[in-house]
Structure formats: structure tokens, C-alpha cells
Design a protein around this ligand. Sequence first.
Ligand code: SF4
Ligand code: SF4
Length: 369
Amino acid sequence: MNEVKKIRDPGLMKDLSKRLASLRLTRPVTLMEVCGTHTMAIHRAGLPSLLPPELRLLSGPGCPVCVTPASYLDTAIAMARRYDAVLATFGDMMRVPGSSGSLAGLRSEGYSVEIVYSPLSAIEMARSMPGAEVVFLAVGFETTAPVVASSVLYAREHGVENFSILSAHKLVMPALELLISDRLLAVDGFMLPGHVSAVLGSEPYRDIAERYHHACVITGFETADIIQGILMLADQIERDDMTVAIQYSRVVKPEGNKQARAVIDRVFEVTDSDWRGFGMIPSSGLALRDEFRDFDAALRFPVEIEAGHEPDGCRCGEILKGHCAPPECPLFARVCRPESPVGPCMVSGEGTCAAFFKYSKRQGAYGSD
Ligand code: SF4
Ligand code: SF4
């Protein structure tokens, strides 16, 4: 049986469900999932209703789209307006609100905003439009950064001069450290992101377990993976023996992906970065190194923007920090719905509000569209 078949085995699922149903904890425990895909999978499987009363799951800042600040979108929009640059973006970014509009709105005004599935497609676009300047909106965590770094190397090697990137890459560790120091949160353990950890490996999280005494399990995305991850976290906490365990061992190796990290280091350097909901987090982002400044859209197409602000009434910032759940936002399911999202957490396919809405709605909570 291959690894995926094994994790989908009905016998295993039955056993795990039984173990989850009989899980008893000797004290209240809060676990945070840091990846947006985990949030979606947890709600899709209806896990919150199966947990023992002492166990609480919180969603963290795990969706790269949700943590991209309004000021980043404002900058991209200003570049398109001022320089007539063609913006190339992942589809998820289209409806995310900036301070005074979205990329979708910009496109409806007649500006060029193209959806691409990879930065290499943006390079192809640049090649096919020699007279245009193509700016790729480089958003994502350690998972996306190696592909973007490789595309910059490729563009340089092949002399594609009308391609550049606007980097909003984020690093997961500094955000985790901030969450650990957040007194309002009191998280006992983290379900760590599977794809990011495939690049990082398990070593960078060691401090979280040993120094900060939080349980850590790198978890996969199948329902059985997630239940197993919860059981492993609960076990560490009950035994008071915090380590970094890898549940997702079919993909994540302790040493991570050295090649991917090397290509990130070759092209990017660590810089401070502005996160939606968190503000500026020191050393939490990636900027192009000086030798790649030709590909840095921020330097090639400078624009001035006013200070960005969140949509009125939106509580995405607090949701991303785990301070409140979507139904506590007064706009949730009333004004803010997937077809008319107010904040990024309802826009993105990995957003917490979208997950709550979609799967609670399936259970009849928020009426029909
Ligand atoms: S990139 Fe992968 S690990 Fe990171 S938030 Fe998205 S799904 Fe999760
Ligand atoms: S319901 Fe909408 S407005 Fe409220 S926090 Fe979520 S995304 Fe933001």
C-alpha cells in the first residue's frame, strides 16, 4: 500500500476517530493550526464538533493571501496606474481589498491584471509582450519563495528584462514567535504547516518546543493526518514532554529541502515585513538581494501611497492572531460573505472566515445564497 492509500485506509480512520472520541485531557488545552489548508480540512471534516470539551482549536496566520497587507495591494495598483505595468498574480489575490479597491476593480477600469499559476508563466507573458513591463505579485511563505527565486534566476539567465517581482514573501517562524509571546492567546501547541516544513524541516521549530515549551507536530492535510496530529499534540501536552514531531513524514524530512533553501538564500535576503493584522514583524520577510535589484519592481517603479487601512468593521487582524473566531465579527455572514467579501479572510480559499462560512453553511447555519 502506498503512503497516501495508507493514510486514507478506512480501518485507520475508524481507529483514529475512536481515539479522538475517547480523548480525555486533564486540563484545558488550546492548539493552533498555522496553515490555511489545515483550517479548511478541519472544518471540511467537521472536526471541531468531535473534539472533547477541554480541547480548543484556533486558526492562525496561515494563509499567505490573508496576511498580505492592504498597503501591498495599494502599491501594486499604484504601479499599474502610474507606469501602465501589467500585473501578473495568483487568482486568490484578485478580490482581496486594498485601501481603496482590489485588483479585480483595477482590471474592470481597463488596466492589465492577469492571473497566472506560476511566476514562470509571468515570464512567458513578459516574453510575449516585449513592449510591456510585467510585474509578478510575489506573495507566499517559504513554499512559494523557491519557485519565485528560481524564476528570477531564469529571467536573468535568459535576458528577460521586462519582468520584475514585487516581493511580499513572508517567513513563518517570526510570526510563530510573536504568537507565543501573545498573552491573550495562551496556545499550548502548534499544528505546524506541512508544505512550509517540507522546505524548512523540523529543526527551526526546536526552540518553540524546548525553550518556549509548546507542543509541535508537523501535520499533513488528510483528515486522518489531522486527527493523528491532534492526538500527537495532546499526548505531548499530557506527558509534559514537548518535542517537534513529524506526523507528515511521507513528505517532510527532518532536514527539509536544502536545495530549496539554497535557492531562496541565493536570491533573497531577510528583511522586516508588514503583515496584515500584525503590523511590522522584524526579520519576517524576503527582499531581493542587491545583485537582483533589476528584478525588483519596488525599485524600478517607485510609487508613493498613503498609509493603508483595513476595511471598515473588518476583524481579520484579530482573526489572524487567534483573538477571535469569524462569527464574532459583526460583518460575518451578513455583509461579508464569499460572494461579497469585505476582508481577505473571506476572500482566500484558505481563509478562516471562508472555511467557517462554507462548512457551517453546509450544516444550514447561514441560510442560502
Ligand atoms: S503554502 Fe502550504 S503550508 Fe503554507 S499555508 Fe498554504 S497550504 Fe499551508
Ligand atoms: S467576516 Fe469578513 S470582515 Fe469579518 S473578519 Fe472575516 S473577512 Fe474580515
